[in-house]
Ligand binder design. Structure first.
Ligand code: FAD
Length: 400
């Protein structure tokens, strides 16, 4: 019997879930392609930056992960340049690979606005692990420098976070909370850290429920984070940020969390895209153009009753489930199912021991929400760890 050749591009939240589910069928022969050798748990980047976790805790080795299956999954660390849909071939920097079914799960990238002078040069993004690592090191080094210089006249560290969305508020809150504790725990005299959050709207978390917005703003204020509302960044130099109001703020460094856009592969693919450049998929999550090609996660846009669902890991994973069911149905020549994806919840970490959440329509805040957030993260990590642990044992036979 012929095997089903399935290629998954992207080992992110959507891609890994797809691989895991497809691997259950021994008739499936799966290739996972990713430009990186690891999966990056972006939802935990706030802990990485604030030195609560190291890079190994927010990444999973894709070689060992894929080796943990029963021999029907191959991982290739290769950058995908394009896809020849007519001839069913994925073209990477090294080779061409044939497929029967293709899943595009390449996520999105930070949207570096071209009209903001100096943005690319002087701001740190957090969607790529290496960029987040640079920032983490810079943050720690700045804390150290201030301690080194400390005396009665120590200079403050000025950090700007541009973007009052989910990632911006989490990072700002975690840095503020971490540094407060860092100074207190170590009895340092020099404890000045100024964090300014630049937000293009009147309130943070644009588009989210009032409860989450109110609680988040209250918490940010408690952490002494200054929110500059209705402001945009227009120019950045090595040491300053100019806002749309004309005000210039001094800064030691800046994180840019001001939005995402489709990445360069999505731009090159000969598929229908929407006005923002994301791949258009139908209710079965197939691309409009090819029934054997699926698009899931942040590289596409999904709607619930006509309303765009915010791109999250939760949504990417739900899409993976539907996509796998429909690939199985295509193989078995059964009718496909339409997705009924909804946001199941949102958990926002706002510094140590505090989070706000909306889960299945119920609101939570404080320590309980924080524990829920940590629990979700741990369960996710654990399932990936078990899988890559299996692969590690297979590769190194007896070393664990
Ligand atoms: C700071 C931050 C905090 C967040 N917090 C939360 C949260 O609390 N909860 C939540 O649900 N969501 C959160 N998100 C959003 C969440 O991380 C994304 O929605 C999720 O990662 C999307 O999953 P994905 O599988 O579509 O893409 P990704 O996880 O981004 O994975 C895409 C993969 O494709 C690979 N790739 C891309 N291009 C190519 C190419 N040309 N060739 C080969 N490989 C390629 C990449 O290397 C990557 O591994 C957060 C995001 C950020 C940045």
């Amino acid at each position: 019997m012929n095997k089903n050749k399935i290629i998954v591009i992207g080992g992110g939240y959507g891609g890994l879930r797809t691989v895991k589910k497809l691997a259950k069928n021994p008739q499936n022969e799966i290739i996972l392609l990713d430009k990186n050798s690891y999966h990056f748990a972006q939802t935990e980047v706030y802990d990485l930056i604030a030195n609560e976790e190291d890079f190994a805790q927010v990444s999973v080795d894709l070689f060992t992960f894929c080796s943990g299956f029963d021999g029907n999954v191959t991982f290739l660390k290769q950058y995908v340049n394009s896809v020849d849909f007519k001839n069913k071939k994925v073209i990477t920097s090294i080779q061409r690979y044939s497929y029967d079914y293709l899943v595009i799960a390449v996520g999105a990238r930070t949207r570096y606005l071209s009209n903001v002078i100096g943005l690319r040069e002087y701001a740190y993004g957090v969607k790529a692990l290496y960029r987040a690592m640079y920032f983490k090191q810079k943050f720690e080094m700045s804390l150290f420098n201030r301690v080194q210089e400390s005396g009665t006249n120590c200079k403050p560290i000025n950090i700007i976070v541009a973007g009052g969305g989910l990632s911006g508020v989490e990072i700002a809150a975690q840095m503020a909370s971490f540094s407060k504790e860092f100074y207190r725990k170590n009895n340092f005299i020099c404890r000045k850290l100024n964090i300014v959050l630049i937000n293009a709207h009147e309130h943070v978390l644009f588009g989210l429920d009032k409860y989450l917005v109110k609680k988040t703003e209250k918490r940010l204020k408690k952490l002494e984070i200054v929110i500059k509302s209705n402001q945009k960044v227009v120019e950045i130099t090595q040491s300053s940020v100019k806002l749309s109001s004309g005000k210039v703020l001094l800064m030691d460094f800046m994180i840019f969390a001001g939005g995402i856009e489709p990445n360069s592969l999505v731009h090159t693919l000969d598929l229908d895209k929407n006005e923002r450049g994301y791949i258009v998929s139908n209710s079965h999550l197939q691309t409009q153009n090819y029934s054997n090609v699926f698009a899931i996660g942040d590289c596409t846009t999904i709607y619930d009753n006509g309303k765009v669902l915010a791109p999250t890991a939760d949504i990417a994973e739900q899409m993976a489930d539907v996509c796998v069911k429909n690939i199985n149905r295509l193989i078995e020549t059964k009718p496909l199912i339409a997705h009924k994806i909804k946001s199941r919840g949102i958990l926002i970490a706002l510094g140590r021991d505090y989070a706000v959440a909306k889960i299945f329509g119920f609101y939570f805040s404080g320590y309980f929400a924080y524990i829920m957030k940590k629990l979700v993260e741990r369960v996710y990590e654990k399932s990936l760890d078990i899988q890559s642990g299996r692969g590690y044992k297979k590769i190194f036979c007896d070393e664990k």
